[in-house]
Every structure is written in C-alpha cells, then in structure tokens.
Write a protein that binds this ligand. Structure first.
Ligand SMILES: [Zn+2]
Length: 488
C-alpha cells in the first residue's frame, strides 16, 4: 500500500511520502526557505486558527504565503488539534472555512472534532457525526477553487466508527483525507492500536486520495505508516523534541546527555560532538538539534521512497520494527491485514525476495503464491510425484524422469512445482541456509495441503527427505498419501 506519489498544488508539486514541518506563524525557528533548501521539505504546515489569532485580516491581504514568506506549497490545519489539547477554540467552523479560502493555502482543513482515545463510544460516535456534518457543510461554503481541501476521519479506537467516518467523508468532494487522533497512540507507543485505526480508515477511503496521518512526525514509525498507505506526516516534533534536549534517530529517541557519540551522518553531527551540542547556548542548541532532527526525518523518508521503488518496503518495515518491541506488535498486527494488503502488492518487483526473519513468511508474496497454487494450479498428467526440498549442491537423479512431476519445497513459499520455479519471486529468492521453525512449519503445511488436494492423481510419491535439516516434518506432512509414499 506504500507508494511514491506526486501531489500537484497551486504552488508546485510535492513528492510523497513526505513530512510537513509545522511552522508556527508568529514564532519561526527555521524558515520555510531553509526547510526547503537544507532538508528538501516541499510542503509546509501551519495553523489557520493561530494565524487568525496572530494576524487576523492582515493575512487575508498578504495571504498565507506572504505571512510565511514562502512561495511553495502550504497546508493549513484548522485548530482541531487545539480542541484536543485545550478543549475549545474561539472560532466557528464556517468562519475557519471562509478564512482559509481568504488566506489561500494550497491545502486547507475543516474544523473537525478530534475523537481522542480516552472517550466513550457514545462521545466517539458524536465526534464522527459532527465532523461529517461540518465536512458536508464546508463543501457548500467553499469559494476558492485554487484551494484543495482535506476531509478528516475520526472515530478513535472504535474501528467500526472509523470505517463509517472514512466511507462517508470519502463520498464527499475532498482531495485529501487526514486520519485523526493518532497522537496519544504515538506518544504511548501503542502501535498495534495505531495499525487498527489507520487500517480501518484506509480500507474505507478512496485509495487514490492522499492520506495524511495527523500529528505523526517520528521517523521510527514512518516505514510502518507508509506501508499502510499514509502519504503525509506533519509534526512539530523536530522542534518540540529539540527544546527538550531530545535527539531523534530512525530507531527511537535519545536524550542529549546520554550521548557519548553522535550516531548520525548529518552535517550537524558529522562536524560536531555531544560536548559541543551540550555546551552550546540554549538557542543555538535548540536550533542544532532541530536541524539534526529534520535531517534524520527527511533521510528516513528518502530511504522509504527508495525502498518502495525497489519493491522492498516490507523488508524495510521489518528492519525498523525490530527497533522496539511495541513497533513489532504494530507490525504483527499489520500482518493480520495481509489479505487486504496483498491486493495492492505488485506481482513483480525489481528486487529479490530476502528472507529476513520469521515475519517474511507472512509477506503478501507468500500468501499470494499459496492462494494461487490452491485456486489456479492444475498439475500435469504424470503418474509419479517427486518431492524435493530446496537444497544446495547437485540435484539427485530421478528414477523415471519422463514419468515424473517434480515439485520443490521452497521455504517460506512451500510447494513450488518445477515449471513455476522461475516465476517472481521464486526465481529471485534468498533464504538463510539454516531453517527456522517458522519456515519448517510453513513448508510442511503447504506440502500437506498440496497432497490432500492432488495426491489422489499420482500412482507413486517419492520424497527425497533431508532428515538433518527437516527432521520428520516432511514425512508427517505426507500422511494423506502414505500408502503410495516412498522415502528416499
Ligand atoms: Zn545528525
């Protein structure tokens, strides 16, 4: 579901997935121009509600591009987050729609009601209904055709409400969608619940519209979120963390005082030292940490884009999710949606399939192979079936090759008829020589179901057993054809 996209706005194109650095309109730490020049940020995010409070009508004259002194794409949020944090804003939903049309960002957001996560079902349902009502009303109020609009999805931890919210807002005239309320889940490292929230939304939103994961800005979870089809992230994390002396990495967060070295290649770290950072005057320290944090953030996004182009995003997610057990929980939860994900997974890719741990056995390619073998495959009419585990070295001789149908056992794919072994990814497969229990289980299961389905048609079944590597698992898997079985 992860994709590299091009989002065209009135002020230029934006490559996704990307992060929108949040710029406070009246307190600019790093200017949007520097954001673009130094880090490659293309789309800036600012808050229409705070702009209204700080600049009022002046912003209607100067437009938001004048206020931020930036001529590239700008996204405005409406103040929904301020509701979540501080419990209310002094502006009506109609007013904030009209104001955004007047200050003319490239993308604007309606004033939604964030569900949050500590809420009753009744209240969650109400936030969904009110947000939808406002979304319908905003479509009628909008007057500036150059502004694209973002329709938020709410519902919090109630997956059915999230699904309904996504389905209904997806029917309206919006160009993008924001998935609301993940902030508390992110802060609490509740990644399994985050996966349920995002998947409930993504399974019901129009897939062609970009999806923005609201308030997500830590690079450690970008890979997981992109794999679910999130295209945009926004965050003030780079500066909030910097003010708190926290140093972002793609694997997690470090405190400045814990650093003996700077484990990063960015210009701030390559030429610096923890002492230099630590001893810098406070303003300077915040700026240096914020720059490092942004370098890490955009570096990870470039790595993810490259992984997508090469067709190895899953592998990258696996790598990142090994960094924290709670991320691994999130990844494992994601695997429970693999039936849905498989539909979006390209049938061929330009990179080899690397087996890099037991989660590789749950990849969509494996699921697809097993499913197609069961649903579409018809063996050739030959009387002998030879079953051969994938092996290194010389292939054993078959007693009657012209009468024999050969299938190989290829972990983690299972049964691979010889005539299919060059089909992607079977021909481009790298697995470790040592088998793990998950591979053995997957192959034995596949062999057992193949024999149950087709075992009747053969007169004889030859199993080339490799006992040291496979133990009794293959012999046991042949239970349904035991009368015809010859073990070699
Ligand atoms: Zn750095």
């Amino acid at each position: 579901m992860g994709r590299v996209g091009k989002l065209t706005t009135a002020h230029g194109d934006v490559t996704t997935p990307t992060l929108m650095p949040v710029i406070a309109p009246s307190d600019i730490l790093l200017s949007p121009r520097q954001m673009r020049r130094e880090f490659g940020a293309e789309l800036m995010m600012t808050n229409a509600y705070l702009t209204l409070r700080s600049f009022g009508e002046e912003a209607e004259k100067r437009k938001i591009h004048g206020i931020l002194d930036y001529n590239g794409p700008i996204f405005t949020d409406s103040g929904g987050y301020q509701i979540l944090r501080y419990g209310g804003v002094e502006v009506s939903p109609e007013e904030i729609v009209r104001y955004q049309d007047a200050i003319a960002p490239d993308i604007a957001t309606i004033l939604d009601i964030p569900t949050g996560v500590q809420t009753t079902r009744e209240r969650a349902a109400e936030t969904v209904q009110v947000t939808l009502e406002r979304a319908r009303q905003a479509v009628k109020l909008r007057s500036n055709p150059k502004v694209m609009w973002c329709g938020p999805v709410q519902g919090g931890l109630f997956s059915d409400l999230v699904a309904e919210s996504a389905r209904e807002v997806g029917k309206l005239d919006y160009q993008l969608h924001a998935i609301g309320s993940p902030v508390e889940l992110l802060e609490g490292y509740r990644f399994a619940e985050l996966v349920d929230l995002v998947m409930a939304a993504k399974q019901n939103l129009p897939p062609q519209r970009p999806a923005h994961l609201f308030g997500a800005g830590h690079p450690m979870m970008f890979a997981l979120a992109v794999a679910m089809g999130c295209d945009l992230f926004d965050s003030a994390a780079y500066v909030l963390y910097a003010r708190d002396g926290r140093y972002l990495t793609s694997e997690g967060t470090l405190k400045l005082e814990e650093l003996s070295y700077l484990p990063c290649e960015c210009p701030v770290c390559a030429g610096g030292s923890p002492e230099k950072l630590y001893d810098a005057p406070e303003d300077e320290q915040v700026k240096l940490l914020a720059r490092h944090n942004l370098h890490v953030t955009f570096g990870e996004l470039r790595r993810i884009r490259q992984a997508i182009v090469e067709g190895r995003l899953w592998q990258h997610v696996q790598l990142r999710c090994r960094a924290h057990p709670r991320l691994l929980d999130g990844f494992r939860r994601l695997m429970s949606y693999r039936d849905f994900i498989e539909r979006f997974d390209p049938v061929t890719k330009t990179s080899a399939f690397f087996y890099s741990g037991e989660e590789s056995a749950g990849r969509p390619e494996v699921l697809r192979h097993m499913r197609r073998l069961e649903e579409r495959y018809e063996p050739p009419p030959l009387p002998i079936l030879a079953i051969m585990p994938a092996f290194e070295g010389e292939r054993p001789e078959l007693p009657e090759p012209e009468k024999t149908h050969l299938v190989k056992l290829v972990p983690p794919f299972g049964v691979v008829p010889e005539e299919l072994e060059e089909v992607y990814p079977l021909g481009q497969l790298q697995v470790p020589r040592e088998l793990d229990p998950e591979q053995i289980r997957a192959v034995a299961e596949s062999l057992s179901s193949f024999l149950k389905q087709h075992g009747e048609r053969y007169e004889q079944v030859l199993l080339f057993n490799d006992k040291p590597r496979w133990g009794n698992s293959l012999v046991n898997a042949c239970a349904s054809v035991v009368k015809k079985l010859k073990i070699i």
